[in-house]
Ligand binder design. Structure first.
Ligand SMILES: [Zn+2]
Ligand SMILES: [Zn+2]
Length: 358
């Protein structure tokens, strides 16, 4: 079968023939119908992370179960959303209701299958979803209604779960609270959508690309600002001089975390949603930390339990209360996935979704 393979950091992405093992006990073979191009995939190839290669990219996807290994209970024909952080339900974190921190989920790349010439292959976050098929543990799928459009279902597996979870579970944004969101990729736009649904006001969207303005306003922002020297002043002007109750950093850089910190009011909260690199330290003055009384924390996978929350989000998409249309910039075939990565790297559009013919 065909898959999008990264051979090493900085090397061009290529669609290659690869082989996967048949599903073992408790595993499923899933025919992928749609897979979103997420910034974390870019982190797998631009040096931010150091996974093993060759590596099948992709971790935000939906597909249909086509074969079940021994003992697997999800029936063939079920549409599923892939979960890149399946909870073991046994470790300390899982037993303490924090399955997004499950101790069993650590490696960005896991060995699975081989390339056409027999080289051992790896898959991103246990999935490798830019591929015609994946073979995954049953714990790594969440069943959703079969009539949910696959390109929307796919986004529930990463951007939407992460963005809505950051707002609802991590920050617990309340109606009437003010919000700023820095970085308007798929996750940042999902944060805007969830903030609007929570009744936040104002909702200030911030991105270096002016082209994100219309996307931001469509997704739920009340205001769009470019991060110039006057950014703090402008945000304060929108919040009676205080700064926002909640700032969401959806970039994953110390500089933007620092910006989020400065935009937040005394006693407010900064939620870091972007996944940053190891060599990017953040510096805050001790006096500032004390005096500002702000909270700084991260939101891993939206502090969510995908087994519970993906079906809930799917219901909201189905009944129209969660509109994902503003998040999807376009659908592309697998052969055009490298182009979609280039667009993502340039900050063009929201989510590009790779779709596979039925
Ligand atoms: Zn992702
Ligand atoms: Zn666990």
């Amino acid at each position: 079968m065909r898959a999008l393979v990264a051979r090493g950091p900085g090397l061009p992405l290529r669609v290659e023939q690869v082989r996967l093992p048949p599903p073992g006990p408790g595993e499923l073979r899933v025919r992928v119908r749609a897979a979103g191009v997420c910034h974390s995939d870019l982190s797998m190839v631009n040096g931010t992370l150091a996974p093993a290669y060759p590596l099948v990219l992709g971790h935000e996807a939906a597909g249909v179960v086509v074969e079940a290994g021994a003992g697997a209970r999800v029936p063939v024909g079920t549409q599923v959303v892939l979960n890149w952080a399946p909870a073991c339900r046994a470790c300390w974190f899982c037993r303490h209701d924090e399955p997004w921190l499950c101790a069993a989920n650590t490696a960005p790349a896991q060995p699975r299958g081989e390339t056409a010439d027999g080289t051992p292959l790896h898959v991103t976050l246990g999935l490798g979803a830019f591929a015609e098929e994946v073979v995954v543990s049953e714990a790594a799928v969440v069943p959703v209604p079969v009539d949910l459009p696959p390109e929307r279902a796919a986004l529930l597996g990463c951007a939407v779960l992460t963005g809505t979870g950051a707002v609802r579970n991590t920050a617990r944004v309340a109606a009437g609270q003010s919000v700023a969101v820095i970085g308007l990729g798929g996750v940042g736009l999902s944060v805007l959508t969830a903030a609007r649904a929570a009744g936040a006001t104002p909702i200030v969207a911030i991105d270096v690309a002016e082209a994100k303005r219309d996307l931001a306003l469509a997704a739920g922002a009340s205001d769009f600002l470019l991060p110039d020297d006057l950014l703090s002043k402008r945000v304060r002007a929108l919040t009676e001089g205080r700064g926002v109750d909640h700032a969401f950093e959806c970039v994953g850089r110390a500089a933007t975390i620092h910006t989020a910190w400065r935009l937040t009011r005394r006693g407010g909260a900064v939620t870091v949603v972007g996944m940053g690199g190891r060599d990017d330290p953040l510096s805050l003055a001790a006096a500032d930390i004390f005096h500002s009384a702000r909270t700084l924390r991260s939101s891993v996978y939206g502090s969510s339990d995908p087994d519970r929350e993906v079906p809930a989000l799917a219901r909201q998409v189905g009944d129209g209360t969660l509109d994902l249309a503003p998040l999807i910039s376009g659908l592309v075939p697998l052969d055009e996935a490298p182009t979609a990565f280039d667009r993502l790297a340039r900050g063009e559009g929201a989510r590009w979704v790779v779709t596979f013919p039925d």
